[in-house]
Structure formats: C-alpha cells, structure tokens
Design a protein around this ligand. Structure first.
Ligand code: HEC
Length: 107
C-alpha cells in the first residue's frame, strides 16, 4: 500500500517536472509560432498588427499583466469560438509559451 502511494507520488512529481518550463526552447517556440500562429497573430517581438481581426499580437499578450505561463497554458488547452482548436504537443506548447513569455517587456 505504501509502495503504491510512493509510486503514485513519484509519477506525479515526474509529470510536474516534465511540465516545468525551464527546459522549454523559446527559439523552437518561435519557429512553431511563425509556422502555425502567424496565420492570424502578429508573432514577432514589437509587432503590433495581427493579420486576423481580434487575434492579439503576441507582444501584447506577453505584456498583459497576469498572462503567466499557467494562464497561457490554460488558454491554449481550452477551446475558443474565434480561434481554431489547435492541438499542441506538450513540448510545442511549452516552447510556444516560453517564446511568448520571452517577449514580455514589462518584467
Ligand atoms: C485562425 C486564426 C488563429 C490562429 C491560427 C491562432 N490564433 Fe490565437 N487567437 C485568434 C483569435 C481570433 C483570438 C482572439 C479570441 C478571443 O479573444 O476569443 C486569439 C487569441 C489568442 C490568445 C489569447 C489572447 C488574449 O489577449 O487573451 C492567445 C494566447 C493565442 N491566441 C495564442 C495562439 C497561439 C500560441 C497560436 C499558435 C499555436 C494561435 N493563437 C493560433 C486566432 C488565431
């Protein structure tokens, strides 16, 4: 019984560790954003005009107070009427979030 609990705890720690943004790759996230998100969003640093109406430029997303890694990951894993449901792999998700966070000028 105890062994089972310890195993579950170890599994959960493992999951938390993989979700940790520290090993995310913002450069790969940028490439991904240019390929997938740039259809609608302005994805470059300092760019403030998105191609699709209503799609917030990533610079602005990054500067938004409270737009943390957590908030971004919740947003990107839930569905939105005006944004297609893009299914991101866990590593792509982490990389894109790391890229957006890297644009933050308010820090
Ligand atoms: C087909 C167009 C389209 C694509 C492709 C797209 N988005 Fe969006 N996105 C939108 C629109 C439109 C909104 C505004 C939706 C809303 O506020 O309900 C939005 C909103 C967002 C927001 C929330 C911004 C805010 O200010 O609350 C984030 C974050 C976001 N998109 C990230 C991404 C990422 C990352 C990708 C690429 C993986 C992506 N989007 C691809 C159209 C798109």
């Amino acid at each position: 019984m105890l062994g089972r609990i310890a195993f579950t705890a170890a599994m959960m720690l493992g999951l938390v560790a993989t979700a940790n943004a520290q090993d995310a790759d913002p450069a790969a996230g940028k490439t991904y954003a240019e390929q997938v998100c740039a259809q609608c969003h302005a994805v470059q640093a300092g760019e403030d005009l998105s191609s699709a109406a209503g799609a917030t430029p990533f610079q602005e997303v990054a500067n938004t107070p409270g737009m943390t890694e957590y908030a971004l990951s919740v947003w990107l894993q839930s569905s939105h009427p005006t944004m297609p449901n893009i299914v991101l792999e866990q590593d792509e998700l982490r990389n894109v979030i790391a890229y957006i966070r890297s644009l933050d000028r308010t820090q």
